[in-house]
Design a protein. Sequence first.
Length: 554
Amino acid sequence: MDNQRIFLWIALALIFWLNYQAWMTDYGPAPATPASQTGTAADPEAGLQAPAADALPDLPGAEQPAPEQPVTEVTGPGPAGKLITVRTDVLDARISLSGGDLVSASLPTYPVTKDHPDVPVQLLSLQPSRLFVFRTGLRARDDGATTGPDTPFRAEQEQYELAPGADVLEIPLVAELGNGVTVTKTWRFERGSFRVELDQAVSNQGSQPWTGASYLQIRRLHVPKERSFTDVDSYSFIGPVIYNGDKYEKLDVGDLVGEPVQFTTASGWVASIQHHFLAAAIPGDGQAAYSATARPDGLSLLSGVRSPVQVEAGGSHLFTDRLFVGPKLQDQLEETAPKLRLTVDYGWLTIISQPLFWLLSKIHDVVGNWGWAIIIMTVLIKLVFYKLSETSGKSMAKMRKLQPRMKALQERYADDRQKLSQAMMDLYKREKVNPAAGCLPILVQMPVFLALYWVLLESVEMRQAPFMLWINDLSAKDPYFILPLLMGVTMWIQQKLNPAPPDPVQAKVMQVLPVIFTVFFAFFPAGLVLYWFVNNLLSILQQWRINRVVEKMG
């Protein structure tokens, strides 16, 4: 096997791999439904019950509400349906006074496209066609006072904005629940953070104890998205995910209609994700019961309800929970909840992708540009594989030097392929040449290449990241296809530095291969093409030097 043939196999493998990814996205099996973890919904000692399929979470003994009607806008007429505006440096949100819920959130620092920086990504929304909201509140046992989407809250003002120099913005909302029970729901936003803290303070001034717990719920309407080869977002997973304290799983909305998922854990969470962004619900400390379910109309409900507590007459209790709504910034995800970083979906190559992202991030901290970070990382990877590439390069240089003798053998044994093969093997053995040596460096680097593909595709840190000149988004294709063309040129030069295949048909195929790769890479993220282009340049320099050394050795 010579060095050139491996390029053909790589091209075929890449084509097969990308087609396989697209096929799995459209027709692949749904993720397995996780089994229940510690505790059960009917365990009175645990005091937990997984949320009902078509309603808000309920505690044991609570009457189950009637099934909900088809999806409609959450807000209603009158004061209870008003929205208050919340603005920080990274979030533009709306909180409904009907239920005191976070029902809208846009991300002013993340435009939908670079061409329209004034149009931000809209993550949470009340629009019936793309409903995506949080519901939060308190559920009580034995017909006690509860809060829900219709509970009227009052606020001191209609607009809240993070003041210059301030690091925290708090929005207190108050509701009277009857029987002497008052709840103060306080939303807390931090400068530069997409993590949102939620405090729910229960004050029981009645004559009877109040027993209940806080709940969090994500409600999202899922509308199938058309697949497009040029739209990377259309192939990213959109839907519910869970972490049950042990395992992270993506769930299929269709399967959840008939097979809800339930589990209980002290360190779990639920989230709804899409390409680069997510909304997550993380109950506070202690055991919580979770459920993930869906309705036939495509509405998914991801819920978590805390272990109930008893508030004596004249007493109070504070429930503290946490939400996340924004981009998948890995440092913020790691600080928000255990394993929330897994929502950055690097697939089965996470074990390689995660260290690559760490290395890229550290380099970026120094140079301040993701393009230069990719170039420097490529050089470092090349240094790691230098000795392996050098051994391969020497073998290829020797084979290049042996080409006249190999051609003579081909002419001598033109009618006997068996004798030709034997003569070629004898020649390799006498000259101490390993024809397979050229394959190993490329095969070793392929997992790195594929892992980097997912890093560039899934890491929001590199979303719309500019490099220089015409490359203004490393996570998207080169708009003018200049970088793929340069990559194709370097691949052609590499071929000229290596021995040509002995088979004429194979030689012709190899001549076309740079064109095939150029077309193929034209639709890859520019950052990935940049990596391969720089890697080719370094390989050319290394092989050119090796060829000269071998030629001088005679």
